[in-house]
Ligand binder design. Structure first.
Ligand SMILES: [Zn+2]
Length: 179
């Protein structure tokens, strides 16, 4: 069984050579080029995301995948090039696990910005992501617990059982693992 509920953060990094064996190319609305590494996701994560995006489209919404899998090497390049403070050090990004996905919508120019949370797509994602096994991994009210600034665009697949549990208890993944 793939470790879907794994906690990855600055204290618990992934090994530099960690790469999921079951990466597949996302086959739903995605802003990245067809051959981009950004489209890769762990297989079950990709299936859950496809279902979520399809259901959101039935509501007339336009959610787009922006970034899925990211290798240790790519994360290292981004980290070294960034001055924003948003970019996680290499090994500590959930994107290396293939279980994390950044989403956005045309109303905010497909950018990863806090304003996404106020769009119909961002509000729908906040409400409905747990129904598909995803959590908003870095909520606004948990910044001191997760150690990350609010990222309304970043969802993490944890299985539907755990996402619903975390949603009902209002716990972050850190709090769940520290029980
Ligand atoms: Zn992200």
């Amino acid at each position: 069984m793939y470790p879907y509920t794994i906690l990855i953060n600055k204290e618990r990094p992934l090994a530099p050579d960690y790469r999921p064996q079951n990466l597949v190319c996302a086959d739903f609305a995605f802003a990245a080029a067809p051959d981009s590494e950004k489209r890769l996701l762990e297989k079950e994560t990709a299936l859950a995301a496809r279902e979520m995006i399809a259901d959101s489209q039935k509501q007339g919404l336009a959610l787009y995948g922006i970034s899925g899998y990211r290798s240790f090497v790519r994360q290292k390049e981004l980290y070294e090039a960034s001055t924003s403070g948003y970019v996680a050090p290499p090994g500590t990004s959930e994107h290396q696990s293939g279980l994390a996905l950044d989403l956005s919508c045309p109303q905010v120019g497909l950018q990863l910005v806090e304003g996404f949370a106020q769009t119909p797509e961002g509000r729908w994602l906040y409400r409905c992501a747990p129904l598909y096994g995803f959590i908003i991994r870095y909520p606004r009210e948990k910044e001191t617990v997760t150690g990350y600034a609010w990222e309304p665009w970043h969802v993490r697949y944890v299985t539907r059982a755990l996402s619903l549990y975390l949603s009902l208890t209002k716990m972050s993944l850190e709090e769940y693992w520290n029980i």
